[in-house]
Design a protein around this ligand. Structure first.
Ligand code: AMP
Length: 413
């Protein structure tokens, strides 16, 4: 399959070749023709599948086919849950539209609104936005949404997890009824299906799983260790192994800050990325990490979600997530593009139940080891009352479990 055979126009093909892509990814091959035919689409695809180009390229083609209106009202709206993802999509839209007469802009919270308002005033064909800032600027009459032809909800499952359901409903009410709707989500939970049902018109279902990151391609290990020894162990692993680019996950923002401070004290360059950090700090941390100036990036799940973090040899779960699906998202950051990756989890006694849930979801028993000098000594009686599990939706767990199992190769006997 080539991009040419998908029916994309010459300016788009030029931009694609400048990006260096030789052929479309599986999701792109499936989704581009369907979007070009102006269908609504419900697609399951995670970050790393090439989904952004999957919706951006055909949208650009559809918009480019028509004459631009003189006052340039927004004609395509891409909604995303996080600022980072919004910024990333904007970069993609700009790159793919480099040889077209298409204007784009991005708006998200946490930064001054004035430059965003100025961009809107100049006229914008494609707007990438997080829901809060979009509503905010709409309420102040800085933009109009009544000429929208295409709506994209990207990472829709995470938008619901982050509590954007009401904002999404409000935004849907501002849009003209006749339009094309595209919804991308890592999982098809009951909530996603309900959301899709509410506003989409006979959507075509498209499923694509990351070609490069099926769970069993990743070398997963659990190190059993006492909670209070985790920091020493992680410092030992990173320093002793001379690991240069490590993504570490913690469960909380405070945990991320504390661990980052300890890394820096131990002379390991590190930065934290989480929801309480300013936009500037997050961008700086991610840039430093990509360039190799920051050796360890300590992240919470929400902050890392959707980020285009390059191929990583090591991902460490300093703490296990209490939502098993997050484990799969986390370890999907390693072993990209067929390269072998290692995903380590430091598991203390109070997390054994989370581990069980994760193993059930991925249908794999993760090998457990102990490291000399860090043998666990915790007993049930040492534990504080069990941490309350976040009330995540069981049906979501079931549907993703099916999805991940489908990826599994048959077990060799
Ligand atoms: P996404 O899933 O949209 O976040 O894309 C993941 C990464 O894949 C990004 O760095 C894209 O630039 C890259 N990418 C997208 N499409 C292709 C393609 N057809 N060939 C190679 N890389 C691609």
């Amino acid at each position: 399959m080539t991009f040419n055979s998908l029916g994309l126009s010459e300016p788009l093909l030029r931009a694609i070749s400048k990006k260096g892509y030789s052929e479309p990814s599986p999701i792109q091959s499936k989704v581009i023709p369907v979007i070009l035919e102006k269908n609504d689409v419900l697609a399951s695809a995670q970050t790393g599948t090439g989904k952004t180009a999957g919706f951006t390229l055909p949208i650009l083609q559809l918009l480019g086919n028509e004459r631009q209106l003189s006052n340039r009202p927004v004609r395509a709206l891409i909604l995303t849950p996080t600022r980072e993802l919004a910024a990333q999509i904007y970069d993609n839209v700009r790159a793919y539209s480099a040889y077209m007469d298409i204007k784009s802009a991005v708006i998200f919270g946490g930064v001054k609104a004035n430059p965003q308002i100025a961009a809107l005033k100049k006229g914008v064909d494609i707007l990438i936005a997080t829901p809060g800032r979009l509503l905010d600027l709409h309420n102040q009459h800085f933009l109009s949404l009544h000429k929208i032809e295409v709506l994209v909800l990207d990472e829709a499952d995470r938008m619901l997890d982050m509590g954007f359901q009401r904002d999404i409903n409000r935004i849907l009410n501002l849009l003209p009824p006749r339009r094309q709707n595209l919804l991308f989500s890592a999982t098809f939970s009951k909530e996603i299906k309900r959301l899709a049902h509410g506003f989409m018109d006979r959507p075509k279902l498209i499923e694509a799983t990351p070609e490069n990151t099926t769970v069993e391609k990743i070398n997963q290990k659990v190190y059993r260790v006492d909670k209070k020894k985790k920091t020493d162990l992680i410092l030992d692993l990173i320093a002793g192994g001379r690991w240069q680019q490590v993504l570490v996950f913690t469960r909380t923002k405070h945990g991320a800050n504390r661990l980052t401070e300890k890394m820096v004290k131990a002379d390991i360059s590190a930065a934290a990325i989480h929801g309480n950090k300013s936009q500037g700090a997050r961008t700086k941390a991610l840039d430093g990490f990509k360039k190799g100036n920051v050796r360890v990036l300590v992240a919470t799940d929400i902050a890392a979600r959707g980020l285009d973090i390059p191929l990583l040899p090591h991902v460490i779960n300093y703490e296990l997530p209490n939502v098993p699906e997050d484990y799969v998202h986390r370890i999907g950051r390693t072993g990209r593009a067929g390269a072998s990756g290692i995903a380590l989890s430091l598991v203390s006694l109070d997390e054994v139940e989370y581990l069980r849930d994760i193993e059930k979801l991925i249908d794999i028993k993760i090998p457990k080891e102990t490291i000399d000098g860090f043998e666990p000594t915790e007993k049930e009686s040492d534990l504080p009352p069990s941490p309350k599990k976040k009330n995540f939706n069981r049906s979501q767990s079931k549907s993703s479990s099916k999805q991940y199992r489908r990826n599994k190769k048959p077990k060799r006997k």
